[in-house]
Design a protein around this ligand. Sequence first.
Ligand SMILES: [Zn+2]
Length: 284
Amino acid sequence: MIFSTPQKFIPATKGVRLASAKALWFIFKKNELLVIQKDKSEELEIPNVTDPSELGIKTGPHQFIGYYDEQPCYTAVVTGMTTEQDSFIWSGLRSLFGKLSDELFSISGRAYQIADWRRSHQYCGSCGTKNTLQDGERCLVCPSCGQLHYPRVSPAIMVMIQKDEEFLLARSPHFIPGMYSALAGFSEPGETLEETVHREVYEEVGIRIKNIRYFASQPWPFPHSLMIAFHADYESGEINIDPNEIEDANWFSVNKLPNRLPGLISISRKLIDATLDQLKRPLV
Ligand SMILES: [Zn+2]
């Protein structure tokens, strides 16, 4: 699964930093990651240096994120550059899909969320005191009032609703033309994920569903979602869309698909593909 933890990656919050040891550095300028293209080859690499200053890059406080293939990994945000080398490419994460290995791509997503959390939580949100890192866990603590600041993760659901041989897909106004996807929405405080699924479906398309089954999940670092995908069965009602959320919703089938489906990077595509596979399978 894209963005799931790679097998060769061991997450950790505290590494033993040896000044002379090389490490993989996931360095961000706003939401763009520094990758290096050597010798005009297609292959992109994550910088492997003892310190970003070797590349002429100044960074804010770095965060240790774990070991990849026994190599330490750090993430940091650029604060200044003394040189810009020809081999540097600053790239949004989405466009690195398929260009970095799946494992490095997943670690990049994790690195982005951690770097962004550190950058945006320098001061306590309650009293304004400068936060300090809590020893031994991924947490910032306010030395004045004790408020803890963990990295934010926002759960969101996605659901594929089936009605016999058909399934429901919808499009939001900001989708590219012709694309439809499964319904999705953020969980609200106090809700179970199942309640979120029922509420989102009813709000967006006005139908009732039953038999919710977990499918899979995917961290989605744009900026800090965790998408949890489900299958569900239609129970009652007619499609009645909420025009503030979506511009069209319809029942589709194996033989009647929308012009475009979400990209292979996304869990929505995996959910749709899994549904199509199941519908194509002969009944036994
Ligand atoms: Zn405070």
